[in-house]
Each structure stands twice: as C-alpha cells, then as structure tokens.
Ligand binder design. Structure first.
Ligand SMILES: Nc1ncnc2c1ncn2[C@@H]1O[C@H](COP(=O)(O)OP(=O)(O)OP(=O)(O)O)[C@@H](O)[C@H]1O
Length: 246
C-alpha cells in the first residue's frame, strides 16, 4: 500500500516540553487507522501538525500520491489539498436544514471566488441528497439541524466534510456521547468512508476501536509506542505499562 500521509522524524516542543518526539508513521490512501494513547500522548498535537495549526520544530510531513510537503502550506491550503478535520463537538448551523448545511459545505468547497457566482444546479441538489444518504440522513433533508440528535449532527458534519472530497479525514473521538445504535451507525460509516479515502480516528474508547477492526497506532510521549491490530498492541507489555501507569 503506498502512503498518502508520511510523517517522518517530527518533533515539536512547547516551552521546552517535547509534546511530539521524533514521530514517524504513515497512512495508506484507502485506510482506516485508529490512534490511541493516554492523555497528553500527543494525539491532538499530531492532528494540529497535519492540518497546519502547529508547525513542527523538526521533521517532514508529506501528503499525496505525488507527495508535497505540508509544512510550507497554510491551514486553508492544506484543507484544499484534501485534508479534512472533524472536531469532537459538532458545529452545524442549527437554524438551517440538513440540506442547507450540506449546500453551504458544497459551496465552500468550490472556493471563495466561485461562491460569488454560485447558482445551485440540479447536479448540486443531487449531490446534497447523495451526501445525506451516504451519512444516513437521506430522510432528514428538510429537517432543521437543531432538531437532530447528537449522533445525527455528527453525521451531518461528516457529510459536510465529505462535500469537500477530502482524501484524508481526521476524526476526533467520533463516538463520544453517542447511544449504542448511533455508535454502530458511526462505525459502519467510518469503515465505509475509508474504502475510498484515508480516515484517521483518534479515540479513547477501546470498545469502539475494537469495532473499527483496523490497524491501531499507540502514541505515548509524542512517539509511536506500538502499532498493529488492537489485540496485538494491547498484548504489548509497554502498552500495558503505559495504560496501567506502572
Ligand atoms: N499549545 C500548547 N502549549 C503548551 N503545551 C501544550 C500545547 N499543546 C499541547 N501541549 C502539551 O503537549 C502534550 C500533548 O498534548 P495533546 O493535547 O497533543 O495530547 P493528547 O494525546 O491529545 O491528549 P488528550 O487525550 O488528553 O486529548 C500535553 O502534555 C499538553 O499539555
């Protein structure tokens, strides 16, 4: 599998504290990957580096089939290059319908200048319907987003990110606060999305990670401590030590 994202020898310090320490790993083009690790392991900082919010002190981050360095790109350029990020809290426009939220995301994906001359076409309406169907909201298009359940809002936001056709999607704790049924739907959605793009899920909930049934990267003190199936990494004595704090 060729790498879509290649992080190599990356370090970053905050006031002398090394939050990311010589971090190296790669993600394939159509891969689902879970990143786990105790509090302070560097998971958020890793996502901040990939999306351009935090600049590393050392190392390289390369992205794409013909890799480009992300370190010279702005956050907006990185987003346009095909990297989307889903934060933990959903940020949909509650007064707008599901269709309106998705339409706005579709417009935004066209870039700032084309939005000025935007005229919604039938193809756009079809795309909005397809995005809603993809995330399981096909029958909710006319519903005000504020009326959706927490899980449905999260799926809507995922749909809005998909409107931008990302090649890599970073998702922060997608299962937090969801009911069991919502978690099952979210699992299926993430697995499905990763068939055609890379999806990286940062998650604390091991049961949810188990359901994802994917390769797991364990971070600790800003480096990769272990990598492999969940069973493989949870048998690793170093991982057990870190989680049990021995
Ligand atoms: N802007 C910052 N300034 C100072 N220290 C920071 C900053 N950002 C992160 N850190 C520190 O870097 C370390 C890694 O933090 P990070 O948030 O990446 O961990 P995490 O694995 O996401 O943790 P959690 O699971 O608790 O969200 C922590 O010790 C944190 O306090």
């Amino acid at each position: 599998m060729s790498a879509l994202l290649e992080v190599s020898g990356v370090s970053v310090s905050f006031d002398g504290f090394r939050a990311i320490n010589n971090l190296s790993f790669s993600i394939g083009a159509a891969e689902l990957r879970a990143i786990i690790g105790p509090n302070g392991a560097g998971k958020t900082t890793f996502m901040d580096i990939v999306t351009g919010k935090t600049r590393p002190d050392e190392g390289t981050v390369r992205f794409g089939a013909r890799p480009v360095s992300l370190l010279s790109l702005s956050e907006a350029q990185i987003a346009r290059a095909g990297i989307g990020r889903k934060f933990q809290r959903p940020t949909v426009f509650e007064d707008q319908t599901v269709a309106e939220n998705l339409t706005m995301a579709l417009k935004a994906a066209r870039g700032p200048f084309r939005v000025l001359f935007w005229k919604e076409t039938q193809a756009d309406r079809d795309r909005v319907a397809a995005l809603a169907a993809e995330v399981g909201l096909g029958d909710q298009l006319a519903r005000k987003s504020g009326e959706l359940s927490h899980g449905q809002k999260q799926w809507l936001e995922i749909g809005m990110l998909l409107a931008q056709e990302p090649r890599l999607l970073l998702v922060d704790e997608p299962a937090a606060g969801m009911t069991l049924a919502e978690r099952e739907h979210t699992t299926a959605l993430l697995v499905d999305m990763a068939k055609t793009r890379a999806v990286v899920v940062v998650e604390h909930d091991m049961e949810f990670v188990r359901r994802l049934n994917c390769k797991v990267t364990v971070l600790h003190e800003g480096s990769v401590l272990a990598e492999g199936s969940l069973d493989h990494v949870t048998r690793n004595p170093d991982v057990i030590d870190v989680y049990l704090g021995r």
